[in-house]
Design a binder for this molecule. Structure first.
Ligand SMILES: C[S@@+](CC[C@H](N)C(=O)[O-])C[C@H]1O[C@@H](n2cnc3c(N)ncnc32)[C@H](O)[C@@H]1O
Length: 524
C-alpha cells in the first residue's frame, strides 16, 4: 500500500461550507447549506475509501463514495484511496488524500522535491505517456459533455477521464473516423524531453524571517516557497532568480508584504527567446518607487548572460494580476527578439507570447494546416497577440487582419510584420467582439477565421459575428477544453462543424491542455 502523496486537501475550495450571522447564530445561507449537505452520503471530517474515476480541471482526482463525488488532490484514475472529507457542497465535496490503497500502474514518484507543496505542477505523480492519454481524454470528455459534440470512437463508459485507467489508450477514441462518426480527437502531441520547457517565468517575492525570498506559491495560497530549482524552467532562469534575490538583498530592497501593504518588490518576471537566448527581466513593484532601481538593473545585467532588457513595472492592485499597466525600461531595450521557425518576433513586457517554444511550432503547424490556405484567401486572426499566427498565415494568404486588445502587442505585431517583410498583414487594437462586427459592416469578408482566445473563451458577440460572416473554415486554438466545448456548440448550431481536434501538450506535468480545432462550414 502506498501512503498519501502529501498532495491531499490543499485546494482553496476545501473549507467546510457554512457561515455565521452577526449574532453568532448560523446564517440562513449556512442553514440551507447544512440542510442540503445533511443529505450527502458522507460526513465532514470522516474517513472513507473512495474510487478515483477521473481528473478534474485542476488535476484533482474525481473520486466517488456511495455515488457522491469528492475532489481529491493527488488521487489518480483507477485508484482506491483513503480520504478524509474536508468540505461539502450540495452536489459534491472535497477530501484530503490519506493513503493510496490500490495505486494506479501509471503512478510515479514525482521528481521535484517541492512538488507536494508547490502549486505549479499538478500531475508529476503521473507517468508522462499516461498524461498525454489523459489529456486527450479530457478534451474528448469536455466536447461530449459540455459541447454535446459527438467524438469519433468515444466511449462514454470511459467516464471522467477513462474510468479504470489513467488515460484512454490511443485507439479507444478512434483515429480517422468517417465524417458522420463525429469529430476526430487525435492523440496528444507530447514532448520528447518534457522538462525545462518554459520560456516565461513569474516568481513571487516575499519576506520570511526577515529575509527576502522568491519561489512559488504553495498550492491554493499566497504562501511563498523559497525554492531555488524548478524542473519546468531552464537552469538559466533559476540563476536569474538567484541573481535578482542576491542583488536586492545587497541593496536592501525589501519585498512587498500584501497584508501590511508595505515594502517594494512583488514579482520577478523572466521572458527568454528560445532561439536567440535574449532575456527580459521585469521587476514588479507595488508602488511607483524602486529604490536603487538603475543600480539593481545594472548588477543583474552584469551577472546574467543574454540579458537585453530590465524593466520596472508598477502593480498597485490586489494580488491576482501579476503586472500593472505602467512599465519603464531600467536597462537596455524595451523588447527582446525570438524566432519561431524562420519568422522573427519582437516581444515587449506586456505582450503575450506562448510559453513552450518547441510545442508552439507544432501547434502553429496544425493551425496553418487546418486553415488550408492556397494564397488567395482573406484571413482574420482574432486574439492575435504579437502576430505570431498571423504572420505564418500571411505567408500563405492574400491578406490577414489581426485584432488584439493589448496596444503594446499590436505595436509588436506591426513591427514584426515589417521586420519579416510581410506587407499583407495589418493589425488593429481592440476587442475582437467589437472589431469583427465593425469590419463586417465595412464589407470585409473572411475566407478563414482563426481564434486563439484566453481561458474564458470567445465572447458571444464574436461567435455570432463569425457565424454571420460565413467563412469557409474556422480554426480554434484553445487553452481551455471546457470553454472550447461551449463555443463549438454555438458554432455548430450556426452551421460550422468541428472536424479534427489536435491536443498539444504545451504544459507537461500540469493539468492544462492546449488544442487546435479544424472547423468547416457545413454547406461547403
Ligand atoms: C492565448 S493568447 C493568443 C495570442 C497569439 N495568438 C499567440 O499565439 O501568441 C490570447 C490573446 O488575446 C488577447 N485578448 C484577450 N481578450 C481579448 C479580446 N477581447 N479581444 C482581443 N484580444 C484579446 C490577449 O491579450 C492575448 O494576447
Amino acid at each position: 500500500m502506498a501512503k498519501g502523496t502529501g498532495r491531499g486537501g490543499r485546494s482553496k475550495r476545501s473549507g467546510a461550507s457554512g457561515g455565521r450571522g452577526r449574532n453568532g447564530a448560523p446564517s440562513a445561507k449556512a442553514q440551507a447549506v447544512a440542510k442540503d449537505t445533511a443529505k450527502a452520503p458522507v460526513t465532514l471530517q470522516e474517513t472513507y475509501i473512495a474510487d478515483c474515476i477521473g481528473i478534474g480541471h485542476e488535476g484533482e482526482g474525481v473520486s466517488r463514495v456511495n455515488g457522491f463525488t469528492l475532489f481529491v488532490h493527488g488521487a489518480l484514475p483507477g485508484e482506491k484511496v483513503k480520504v478524509r472529507v474536508t468540505g461539502l457542497k450540495k452536489q459534491y465535496g472535497f477530501a484530503e488524500l490519506l493513503e493510496v490503497v490500490e495505486p494506479s500502474p501509471d503512478r510515479i514518484q514525482a521528481p521535484c522535491p517541492v512538488y507536494a507543496e508547490c502549486g505549479g505542477c499538478q500531475l508529476q505523480h503521473l507517468d508522462y505517456a499516461a498524461q498525454l492519454r489523459l489529456k486527450r481524454r479530457m478534451v474528448a470528455d469536455n466536447l461530449e459533455r459540455i459541447g454535446k459534440i459527438r467524438v469519433a470512437g468515444y466511449d462514454a463508459a470511459g467516464g471522467d477521464g477513462d474510468g479504470g485507467s489513467a488515460g484512454a489508450d490511443a485507439g479507444s477514441l478512434g483515429n480517422g473516423a468517417a465524417e458522420d462518426d463525429g469529430v476526430v480527437v487525435h492523440p496528444t502531441i507530447g514532448m520528447d524531453e518534457p522538462w525545462q520547457y518554459r520560456n516565461k517565468v513569474q516568481v513571487p517575492v516575499g519576506e520570511q524571517e526577515g529575509g527576502l525570498v522568491a519561489g512559488f506559491y504553495a498550492g491554493g495560497s499566497h504562501r511563498i516557497i523559497d525554492a531555488e530549482r524548478c524542473l519546468i524552467r531552464s537552469e538559466a532562469a533559476d540563476g536569474i532568480v538567484q541573481a535578482v534575490k542576491s542583488a536586492a538583498r545587497e541593496l536592501g530592497i525589501p519585498a512587498y508584504n500584501a497584508e501590511k501593504r508595505e515594502g517594494v518588490l512583488r514579482h520577478v518576471i523572466i521572458k527568454s527567446g528560445y532561439r536567440t537566448g535574449e532575456t527580459m527581466i521585469v521587476l514588479v513593484t507595488a508602488g511607483p518607487e524602486l529604490p536603487h532601481g538603475p543600480e539593481l538593473a545594472e548588477r543583474i545585467a552584469q551577472t546574467v548572460p543574454g540579458v537585453e532588457s530590465v524593466c520596472h513595472n508598477v502593480n498597485d492592485g490586489a494580488p491576482g494580476s501579476v503586472m500593472g499597466p505602467s512599465t519603464n525600461v531600467l536597462w537596455g531595450r524595451d523588447r527582446i527578439y525570438d524566432a519561431i521557425g524562420d519568422i522573427r518576433f519582437a516581444i515587449s513586457a506586456h505582450s503575450f507570447y506562448q510559453v513552450n517554444p518547441l510545442q508552439t511550432e507544432a501547434l502553429y503547424r496544425k493551425a496553418l494546416d487546418y486553415a488550408g490556405l492556397t494564397g488567395s484567401e482573406t484571413v482574420i486572426d482574432a486574439y492575435c497577440g504579437v502576430g505570431t499566427i498571423s504572420l505564418f498565415l500571411a505567408r500563405r494568404a492574400k491578406r490577414v487582419y489581426g485584432v488584439e486588445i493589448v496596444p503594446e502587442a499590436v505595436a509588436d505585431a506591426r513591427r514584426n510584420a515589417e521586420m519579416n517583410g510581410l506587407a499583407n498583414a495589418e493589425f488593429t487594437v481592440g476587442k475582437a467582439e467589437d472589431v469583427l462586427p465593425s469590419w463586417r459592416e465595412q464589407g470585409i469578408r473572411a475566407d478563414v477565421i482563426v481564434v486563439d482566445p484566453p481561458r474564458k473563451g470567445c465572447d458571444a458577440a464574436l461567435l455570432e459575428t463569425i457565424v454571420a460572416m460565413r467563412p469557409q473554415r474556422v480554426v480554434y486554438v484553445s487553452c481551455n477544453p471546457s470553454t472550447l466545448a461551449r463555443d463549438l456548440r454555438v458554432l455548430e448550431d450556426g452551421g460550422f462543424r468541428p472536424v479534427e481536434v489536435q491536443p498539444v501538450d504545451m504544459f507537461p506535468w500540469t493539468a492544462h491542455v492546449e488544442c487546435v480545432v479544424g472547423i468547416c462550414r457545413v454547406d461547403t
